[in-house]
Design a protein around this ligand. Structure first.
Ligand code: ARG
Length: 301
């Protein structure tokens, strides 16, 4: 068993923007130069993969499927913690076709020992995976987005399923349709977020739980760059190019920002976090990155 952090990414062969289910998606921007866009997408995807690998991660790749271009965003496939995956149910028919492919692949991951359990949400309950369910490694709870894609009713189900507290946050803007496009917690306890995407009650909830010195509030212009859709591996933060202000704030706190060109994916409303799914996220590790298999062994032995 290895303790190398493992991310899932989707082979970009069938990626495109051919429909619109969020305000970022304009199929005409893609169809104006589809080959060129696809070429760019493949090269940006490779750069993200390479950056993660250079930082010490392993990347598992799930094949994409023709006609299901948003499979490219595996963060929406499931919530994963301590080797247990809870498969997503999508709101839009455009994405519902992904469910059986992801489910079959996750079963395969289980057979290979990368996961120990794969479960389904109750029928009819909509929740779009890690995009709307973000683990806070320091506070040891999930922050769960609802109100755009995912149903409020899913929060209690997730809490019961994983046995960890869940803090629901209401998303109020169609442009910030998943929590991961406007919010992320860091291992040092910082929470980076765009308040404008959240209801007043949810902003108050964040202020109640996260002290002033740990709240990093981004402005609309920063959120618009989709740089808050960031994936972190320890103190490395992989993100679409943000602003010098945000980068300076993060680096002053000891993080390293790895800014990447993710333009072809921003055309679909996605960035670094949702292009990946952390498969070995552990509730015990402070940076969320240790391998659950190792802890299991320690617990046993
Ligand atoms: N086009 C995709 C959609 O609208 C993008 C999903 C990005 N994923 C995310 N977790 N933000 O579903």
């Amino acid at each position: 068993m290895t303790s190398v952090p493992t991310f899932l990414m989707t082979d970009p062969a069938h990626y495109e923007v051919s429909y619109s289910i969020n305000p970022w998606m304009e199929p005409s921007h893609w169809s104006a130069a589809p080959e060129e866009r696809h070429r760019q997408a493949v090269s940006c995807w490779r750069a993200l993969r390479q950056a993660l690998e250079q930082a010490g991660a392993r990347v598992e790749v799930v094949p994409g499927q023709p006609g299901l271009p948003d499979m490219l965003f595996p963060a929406n496939a499931a919530v994963v913690l301590d080797g247990c995956a809870l498969m997503a149910r999508f709101l839009y028919p455009e994405r519902q076709g992904e469910e059986p492919y992801f489910h079959a692949f996750f079963q395969q991951l289980r057979e290979q020992g990368h996961l120990r359990q794969v479960d389904l949400l109750p029928e009819g309950l909509i929740h779009e995976g890690a995009g709307d369910c973000i683990w806070d490694p320091l506070r040891r709870h999930f922050w769960v987005g609802w109100g755009q894609r995912s149903a409020y009713e899913a929060t209690a189900v997730i809490e019961k399923h994983f046995g960890f507290p869940v803090v629901p946050l209401q998303l109020v803007s169609p442009r910030y349709y998943h929590l991961d496009v406007c919010f992320y917690p860091l291992p040092g306890g910082e929470v980076v977020y765009y308040p404008g995407a959240l209801s007043e009650a949810s902003r108050a909830e964040i202020r109640r739980r996260v002290s002033d010195d740990l709240r990093i509030e981004a402005g609309e212009a920063e959120a618009e760059l989709l740089c808050l859709n960031a994936v972190n591996l320890g103190h490395d933060i992989f993100m679409a190019k943000g602003t010098p202000r945000l980068k300076d704030q993060l680096e002053a706190r000891g993080y390293r920002c790895i800014e990447l060109d993710l333009a072809p994916f921003i055309l679909s409303g996605g960035g670094a976090y949702c292009m990946t799914l952390h498969l070995d996220r552990s509730s015990a590790a402070q940076d969320g990155a240790a391998n659950w298999q190792q802890q299991d062994l320690q617990e046993i032995g």
